[in-house]
Structures are given as structure tokens and as C-alpha cells.
Write a protein that binds this ligand. Sequence first.
Ligand code: ADP
Ligand code: GLC
Length: 498
Amino acid sequence: MVKLKNLKILFITSEVAPFVKTGGLGDVSSALPQTLAELGHEVRLVVPKYGAVDERRFKIHEIVRLKDIPLHIGDEIELFSVRSSFLAGLKTKVQIYFFDNQKYFGSRKGLYQDIKTKKDYSDNDERYILFCKGIMEMIKKLGWTPDIIHCNDWQTGLIPAYIKTLYADLELLRNTKTVFTIHNLGFQGLFSKESFQKTGLPESVFTEISMNLGSKISFLKAGLLYSDVLTTVSEKYAEEIRSIDELAGSMKPILQKRKSELVGIVNGIDYNIWNPEIDMLITARYSPKDLEKKYENKSALLEFFKLNDNKDKPVIGTISRLTDQKGIDLIQEAIDKILELDLKYVILGQGDKKYHEFFEKVQKKYPEKFAISFGFDDELAHLIEAGADMYLMPSQFEPCGLTQLYSLKYGTVPIVRYTGGLADTVDKVNGKDYSGTGFVFKKYDSDEMLKEIKHALKMYENKTVWARIMKNGMAKDFSWHSSAKKYIELYKKILKED
Ligand code: ADP
Ligand code: GLC
């Protein structure tokens, strides 16, 4: 019988801040396990040791009994080791296991893509089969049996399938339950059907996880089908993927079938990292009581982007993957009309080539009003959150979204589309009593977006009203505490079942 008071949770993820991060999953994988640990549970984390993990900065040491473990991948035998470190600067300790294999992970700087060609690695199937199957072997040798194995996104999708089939007789996992969290249904881990044989899974699994009339398999589908419970990162997105065909896509039948086992739990944010009162990455720290200080960050931001400093003109910021999901095509469509307005606009992002080319041209056309920094730059992300007046995030779909939550805390008023986590976390400003925290439009349409930008600019003109809206957002509490408790309740619920 599992002791439900202090659970043992193995949290498996493909990225974790500050070690390696490409997006929100990295932030969540750092903050959620820490909060679970603060609530009294024992959490350990597993992540691949990519070449981008800075060995000198983080003390990562060997675990002798987990060295050079052999594993079959198709006809080949690969060796992997597990090394260990801790999530730094904590009240509680979360142990991290780094899954170490030089050929597939250690020798590469990129996580999922080659950083030069920006193309997915052609052997991502083998990489994440090795990772998932390797974790199964690691668990056998670990001498620590988790009550809960919490998997995240397609990179970890095979684990629930291994547990329910190839490793079904593993006595030590007899009472263990699996949770699979969907951070983004758009990434399905699709590979050609030939990849299946490398998994070593029984043939019955092939039929279950095959797609496109059997020509492909999906690692995400394995997670969706074989885990004991499914979660996603906001209630609204949970509702959307159960009901909206374009969002559920070919996963709709599974999501429909498992709809009572699909739970939406909104992400929180880590206020030790994203908090203007203590943020050492920004120029000046501030709180709702001394908002004037925010403008030192605005000056620094404009200086960084070599845009003329003018405190009174509004600055809009965006920090984003430059992909269709994020509504970048709406921004593209409306850019001339946006930049005709009396404002400045700065972007930090990287992604699709078409958007890089487009924004380079925009920068040349509007050097006084628009600037973009291509690449991944955590420090600049903090400065934009602190220095901008408004934050534009017109996503086509958004499972949760974290940057709008950071914006709220930094008094940087979000302008968002009503979808997924954006709908759940930003309250439309009410023109009568100025309650609400941001500007929200519904239809995926560039004119609708433009209307909300203009609406925000109008309100910005009245400094008292604007300060009120900023403070409404800054007063919101999106800390992880209550969401982490919901995960705990869910873990306990499935552990009590059967
Ligand atoms: P997603 O995970 O879909 O990209 P989220 O809003 O959940 O979107 O999280 C994005 C995270 O990645 C945030 O922490 C954001 O600050 C960060 N981020 C995104 N693009 C960049 C970038 N180019 N440079 C630095 N940080 C970035
Ligand atoms: C994904 C989603 C994003 C979410 C993040 C963390 O990257 O696109 O909306 O905030 O995961 O859950």
C-alpha cells in the first residue's frame, strides 16, 4: 500500500531551466518539482544531458552504479550513464538525474534541432527511444521506487507504453501510476513506421500509436493512450482540445474517449525568478509602490535596441518563438498599421525563416519605431518584461503561456487573444470601472488585434487609469502553490484507484 502523505515523484522532462530551456516547458519543469518538494514530497527529475548543459557552472557528478548501462536500440547496443546534480538555490533539494549519452545528446548543442541548420535532428526517434527505454533500465537499478511517474510532452510519451507493456512484469512498478502532461498538442513526435522496430515494444502497440494510415507512429499518442491520467496546462485548453477539431486534430478520438481523465491545471510562475522586486537581470527593481522605477528599465530597453528614448511614448514588447502558433502571421499582416501608431515595438524571438526575413525588412523600414533581436537571450527577456508598457501575444492557440503571466507581474499590460491559457489568465479591462488586467480579442483576425492595440493606447493616455490597470495585473497571484496542490490531489486520486 502506498503511503499517501509523502509521495515519491519521478518527473521526466526534455528540458529544465536553468540547465537547458527552449520555452515554457523548461520553466515549468523547474518550478513545479520545486513546489511539490516544498509541499513535502520527494521529487526527482530526469532530463537528457545535452551538450548545452554547462558542466562547469553546475556541479554534475557521476553515480558509479549507474555507469555504462547497455541498452538495445534496434539491432545496436548503446551505453548510457546517469549523472546527478540538484536544482540550485532552493529551500528544498530536488535531485536531477542527467541522462548521459555522448552520441545522441552530449555531442549536440541543440535540444531538438541542429542549431546551425534549424532542422530537427533526423534521429530524434532514436534519441528519445534511448531516453525513455534508458529511464526504464535506470529505474530497475536505482533502488528508489516512485509512486508517480510524471511525463511531459512527446519526448517522454513512450514511457507509459513501456510500463504497460514491455515492462509490465516489473514488480517494483506494480503500484506506480503515470501522469502525462500535454504542454502542446501541436508537437506529436511523428516518425516513420520503420522507427517502431527500434522501440522494442510489442507489435500490439504499433496499431495503437500508428497515424496517417499506418505510415507514421506518434510518441505523443503513446503518452496519451498508455498513461493513467492526462493533464494539460490550463482549463480552457483542456476544454478546447476536447471539442475543437482543428486543435485536437487526429488525437481527437483519444481525447474524446479519455475526456473524464483529462484534467486542466493552469501553470504557475516562479516568483523567485520572475519578480521585478528582486530581479537582478533588470536595470532597476520596482514594485506597485514605486512604479516610476519601471521607467529606468524602459530607458535601458530603448537604449539596448537603439531606439530614441521618450518616456511618454508607449513601448510594446513580444518575446516569442516566431511560429504560426504564436500569431506571428497576425502581427505580420498588421505591422504597417501598428507602426503607423504613436508607439514603439520591440521583439525578441527566433523561429521560422519566413518571419526572420520579414522582420529584418520591417526593421529597415521603421528604424525609429521597430527593433528585433533574433536568438535566445534570457537576460533580454527579463528586460523586455520590465521595460515595455504593453505585451503583445496574439496566439492562434496557447496551451497556457507564461510570458503573459510574467508581464502581469511586471506591470506590462498584456494584449492577448482569447484562447487557452491566455483566456484563463488575462481579464479584459472594463472601460467603466477599470477593473481587469489586459486587452483581449476573440476572433483570429489582425483587425481585431489592431482594435485592441488602439484600445490599449487610448487608455495609456490617462496615466491614472493606466497605473490602475498595471496594478491590477501586478496584484494577481499566479504562484505555483495552488496548482501544485492540484497535481498532488490528482496523484493521490489515481493512487487510490483500483
Ligand atoms: P512556449 O513554451 O510555447 O514557447 P511560454 O510562454 O509558455 O511559450 O514560454 C516561453 C518561455 O520561453 C518564457 O520563459 C520566455 O521568456 C522564453 N522565451 C521565448 N523565446 C525566447 C527568446 N527568444 N529568448 C529568451 N527567452 C525566450
Ligand atoms: C508549451 C505551450 C505553452 C505553455 C508551455 C508550458 O510550450 O506552448 O503555452 O505555457 O508549454 O506548459
